[in-house]
Write a protein that binds this ligand. Structure first.
Ligand code: DGL
Length: 259
């Protein structure tokens, strides 16, 4: 098998990275993919920086050994913790991480009020703080830490009463303020977008970094002359550290938008 036909690895702490995988498959349907979710160790967002660095780097090494021609770190938390290390270790391999889509959210209208939703670790990380500082004159950017929100998606629970209650409480303090935009700064959150809209209203613009990340991977592969020339549809191989049939079924259902 030539290198161009080798798979693109897509990594997340669980099933959330499927929101990035679906963008990759949409714009590069002829590529082969290995989707690896580390659900056994999830959530990453409440772990220490060192733990997330270790888990991400160990898995990346295995994925490259399996022949991955590039890596998408489809996890904002793992990107903020480890993408720099990975790029230093593998300078010749295209490695793309996902970051909260702060820039488009801060600039889509005149001084919007925007909630930036992310895991506790991403919210604490200096990288996000610096990114938000850059736009502080253009928008009111409010960081909102969401411990526990990813667990609903890990359970395949996208519409329950409990989820609605969680989100209602999360947004309670903003009920009297007009919210113009929401940044989904964790790859699990696009799967609960409908419920977020139900509470904040349909006027709210939602931003997620999945599409930009997919486009950046395509650009990097083209630059390295690694795009797959095949004309037929590629394959998606799912792996998960939990090794359960249910998790793999959930991954497929999320990719095919069946929940
Ligand atoms: N999906 C991950 C992200 O984008 C994090 C979820 C977690 O493991 O806490 O940040």
């Amino acid at each position: 098998m030539s290198k161009k036909e080798n798979p693109i690895a897509v990594f997340d702490s669980g099933v959330g990275g499927i929101s990035v995988l679906r963008q990759l498959v949409r714009i590069m349907p002829n590529e082969n993919y290995i989707y690896y979710g580390d659900s056994l160790h999830a959530p990453y967002g409440t772990k220490t920086l060192e733990e997330v660095q270790r888990l991400t780097c160990e898995k990346a090494a295995e994925l490259f050994q399996q022949g991955a021609k590039g890596l998408v770190v489809a996890c904002n938390t793992a990107t903020s913790a480890a993408v720099r290390m990975l790029r230093e270790k593998y300078p010749e391999i295209p490695i793309v991480g996902i970051e909260p889509a702060v820039k488009p959210a801060a600039t889509f209208m005149e001084h919007p009020r925007v909630l930036v939703l992310a895991t506790p670790m991403t919210i604490r990380n200096e990288k996000l703080k610096h990114l938000m500082e850059r736009y502080q004159d253009q928008a009111e950017l409010i960081p909102v830490s969401c411990p526990g929100l990813m667990d609903f998606v890990e359970r395949g629970d996208l519409h329950s009463k409990e989820l609605r209650k969680y989100l209602t409480e999360l947004f309670y303090e903003f009920q009297d303020r007009q919210i113009d935009g929401v940044v989904l700064g964790c790859t699990h959150y696009p799967f609960v977008e409908t419920e977020i809209r139900e509470i904040l209203g349909d006027h709210v613009r939602i931003f997620d970094g999945g599409e930009g990340t997919a486009r950046e991977m395509r650009r990097r592969l083209a630059e390295a002359d690694l795009l797959n020339p095949a004309e037929e549809k590629g394959e998606v191989l799912y792996e998960n550290s939990e090794h359960s049939k249910e998790k793999l079924q959930l991954c497929k259902a999320l990719l095919e938008n069946q929940l």
